[in-house]
Design a protein around this ligand. Structure first.
Ligand SMILES: [Zn+2]
Ligand SMILES: [Zn+2]
Length: 399
């Protein structure tokens, strides 16, 4: 009986403590309660180790706002990236195209100078004065910067140079100093304008709206003139495996970006995924270090659980993620080994045709014998070559 009483008391006590902790009285309105949970602003962390002594910065280098054809404000983009666990973002609105400007101006009738009209009807290479863009193209980055400064997020000022996807394609210019002077009717001149400002250029979604990934004449020109630094291996839900080899041959860093126009909560979080990320192996968390890492091509492309990169970097990444431990040894011939994955990455290992899931924060035990090495590939890691995955060995002597 006494025991039961004590239990009931403990239960009541914990219940009332919980009741106090989840609501509180509003300061001004005596009849209003507030939910304390509303104030729990949490950031979702994607846990990765340092690789080769570099920090792995989580970035998205391709993001749109209402200042081109995105659905949300620059401020929201920063808050969204913070919640998604990113360290670095680039706001990259189109320099040619502002979807909402026409509608906004129609609301402001009477304030718009006589004879001025917004055009922006399509993604084309119109002459600068025909684009109908009335406002400052640096505005979205400036708006984002105010919020980024308070959140610890690094913000790269960028733009997207946006032309016919079949004949030219789209190119992001990162680290631009003045977005207003990037545009030229000739796309090569646009890219060179950005370059003169010290910009890094990424070739975006190289397969978008195309039948194949054959290199078109415009791409040949920009590669030959060394105007391109990086290329998207993944963009949104698109993945271009053949571009992994192209990036390696042409010495371009590999990127995976969202190119988000709606929200990441709709396109990624709701379907249970981390947003696309360009993982940047940086010496420190600063814009200078990010630029240095991009120029040195220390990046990995992450999208929907897959990673692509140069073979050595992908191997180093996997080895940094995985820990091994010998559990016991039998007759000096066989060992039982534990493979632990203390990261947010989900690896799919393939042991001679048998796929084995190594989920985040789990481990698996394996037998390794002195006579025979265990060989496996990691199916969701992509390296240069014909649909190639890196191979690893679990040897007796390795432990
Ligand atoms: Zn684009
Ligand atoms: Zn875009």
């Amino acid at each position: 009986m006494k025991k039961l009483f004590l239990f009931a008391f403990a239960f009541a006590a914990s219940f009332s403590a919980a009741a106090q902790s989840i609501y509180y009285q509003d300061k001004n309105n005596k009849d209003m309660m507030r939910h304390t949970m509303r104030n729990d602003v949490l950031r979702n962390e994607f846990i990765l180790p340092n690789v080769n002594k570099y920090m792995v910065l989580k970035s998205d280098l391709h993001i749109h706002t209402i200042y081109s054809d995105g659905s949300v404000t620059p401020e929201y983009r920063v808050q969204e990236a913070w919640t998604d666990g990113l360290d670095v973002i680039a706001i990259t609105d189109h320099v040619e195209y502002r979807k909402w400007e026409g509608q906004m101006i129609s609301f402001l009738k009477g304030y718009v100078p006589e004879g001025t009209k917004a055009v922006n009807a399509g993604i084309t290479g119109k002459a600068a004065d025909e684009r109908g863009i009335l406002s400052d193209l640096n505005l979205p980055v400036r708006e984002a910067q105010r919020v980024a400064d308070q959140s610890g997020l690094l913000l790269i000022p960028g733009v997207e140079i946006t032309r016919d996807p079949l004949k030219v394609g789209h190119y992001n210019a990162l680290f631009v100093k003045d977005a207003n002077t990037v545009y030229d009717a000739d796309p090569i001149v646009s890219i060179k304008n950005a370059r003169e400002q010290g910009a890094i250029i990424i070739q975006n979604h190289p397969g978008w709206r195309r039948k194949d990934l054959e290199i078109i004449d415009f791409e040949k020109q920009v590669y030959e003139q060394n105007l391109i630094d990086g290329v998207e291996i993944m963009n949104g839900g698109e993945f271009y495996p053949t571009v992994v080899s192209r990036a390696s041959e042409k010495k371009l860093f590999m990127a995976a970006n969202t190119d988000i126009h709606s929200t990441t909560s709709k396109d990624y979080v709701a379907v249970g995924h981390q947003r696309n990320m360009t993982l940047i192996l940086a010496k420190e968390k600063s814009l200078e270090a990010v630029k240095e890492a991009l120029q040195a091509r220390r990046t990995l492309a992450y999208s929907f659980g897959s990673i692509a990169g140069e073979e050595q970097l992908v191997r180093d990444f996997f080895q940094a993620c995985i820990k091994y431990e010998t559990l016991f040894e039998k007759d000096k011939k066989q060992r039982r080994v534990r493979m632990t994955n203390p990261t947010s990455m989900h690896f799919v290992l393939n042991f001679g045709g048998n796929p084995v899931q190594l989920r985040p924060f789990t481990s698996r035990d394996f037998n390794v014998s002195r006579d025979k090495e265990v060989v496996f590939t990691v199916e969701n890691l992509w390296i240069p070559g014909e649909k190639k995955h890196p191979e690893f060995r679990l040897g007796y002597h390795l432990f």
